[in-house]
Design a binder for this molecule. Structure first.
Ligand code: FAD
Length: 354
């Protein structure tokens, strides 16, 4: 008997309906007839479906095989003593350029690495997260240094990054594109590259992935639209937001506009984040986060050969200042602890919903 095709309706019942959609944008980016588009932070059918099944087979939430992806990236799977995936080098560092340091979220390392990747022609564009004046994030194609710097900094609400990859190919004619994203977005990239029905046009254009450590992201309408407004904050005046030592902080320049315990915004965490067990973007070429490093610096984990090579070249070329972070050091142990906390949260969710 022929199997029933797996269509967008299956994504609705298996992923979107049960609040497991991470809003990575993979299904929408891969749709060959542009029938899918974001509506209120979720993929929605807005055109006529071609019944091709492509959208279903890009989704990283279903049928993601850790082993397949690790074999694809590293030609081996992780050992039991590699709880955060395969690590080929760990560092504490920051961008050398002072304008990147001041614009970046932590050490500005992501932006500096992308700048070197562009300058050395390893990539011809990078998909980053831009934002409008009201902090609504959007996938943005950066093709030069100024655009990278302009879009530095963390947006804590999700953006369908994979739509940016499609735009880099279709609208900008790029073919070696870096994708920056949260662990779920990196998983989407790897799903596209390893799925039996992966969209080859997207897969072939991926030149680099830089993953961001991530415990969770928040719904835009809840966090920015409603919560900040209820606190009397006009989001247009906010220049930076951050999470530090258990607090959520919004700044206008050097002035703190809001400083509240993280617990207060816990209710706005996206449900899909609670089902995720990847804190360090285990399938990225390079992963970068704040935890494990002093303020003003980033923690860097190089994973693939390509990732390690870029980190070393960027240091040699003077784009980043680095020191090695031994796995025995407290900073690295903090990363392991956060990763463990995220795995435990998922396990608890699973037990509660069983
Ligand atoms: C939702 C979220 C939650 C995070 N939670 C943690 C955490 O719990 N612990 C921790 O140590 N680090 C966390 N991070 C990572 C941290 O905030 C910094 O992004 C990271 O340390 C890199 O800093 P940087 O100064 O090197 O990067 P920068 O040089 O500032 O560059 C950051 C890059 O990330 C892109 N970007 C920003 N927001 C998004 C987004 N939502 N989706 C895709 N790309 C984006 C920017 O466009 C830019 O290219 C989180 C990041 C995000 C987006």
């Amino acid at each position: 008997m022929l199997e029933k095709p797996r269509l967008f309706g299956n994504l609705v019942t298996q992923v979107i309906g049960p609040n497991l959609c991470t809003f990575c944008g993979a299904c929408m980016a891969a749709c060959p007839v542009n029938a899918l588009w974001p509506v209120v932070e979720q993929p929605t059918i807005v055109g006529t479906c071609a019944l091709c099944e492509i959208c279903y087979y890009q989704c990283p939430t279903i049928e993601f095989s850790r082993d397949d992806v690790e074999l694809f990236l590293f030609r081996r799977t992780r050992r039991p003593d590699e709880p955060i995936g395969i690590v080929s080098g760990a560092y504490v560092g920051r961008a050398s350029a002072t304008n990147i340091q001041s614009r970046g979220q932590d050490g500005g390392v992501v932006t500096a690495l992308l700048a070197h990747a562009l300058d050395s022609k390893m990539i011809d564009a990078a998909v980053v997260a831009g934002r409008d004046s009201l902090w609504r994030p959007k996938p943005t194609v950066a093709t030069n240094y100024d655009q990278l710097v302009q879009n530095a900094g963390t947006k804590y609400t999700p953006t369908p990054t994979l739509l940016g990859l499609r735009s880099a190919i279709d609208e900008f004619g790029k073919s070696r594109v870096a994708v920056v994203g949260t662990p779920c977005q990196v998983k989407a990239v790897r799903r596209i590259q390893t799925s039996p029905l992966g969209n080859l046009r997207l897969a072939d254009a991926i030149g680099l992935t830089i993953g961001l450590f991530c415990m969770e992201s928040y719904g835009y309408v809840d966090l920015v639209g409603n919560y900040l407004t209820s606190k009397g904050i006009d989001s247009a005046t906010v220049t930076k937001v951050g999470i530090k030592k258990g607090s959520f902080i919004a700044w206008e320049g050097d002035k703190e506009l809001l400083h509240v315990p993280l617990k207060e915004i816990d209710k706005f965490v996206r449900q899909s984040c609670k089902q995720c067990d990847d804190f360090t973007a285990e399938y990225a070429d390079i992963s970068v986060g704040a935890i494990g490093s002093p303020s003003g610096y980033s923690t860097i984990i190089a994973r693939t050969e390509k990732g390690l090579d870029l980190v070393k070249r960027a240091e040699k070329a003077g784009y980043v200042e680095l020191r090695e972070l031994p796995q025995s050091e407290k900073g690295f142990q903090k990363v392991l602890n956060m990763a463990q906390m995220k795995r435990l949260r998922k396990a608890v969710q699973k037990t509660e919903s069983a």
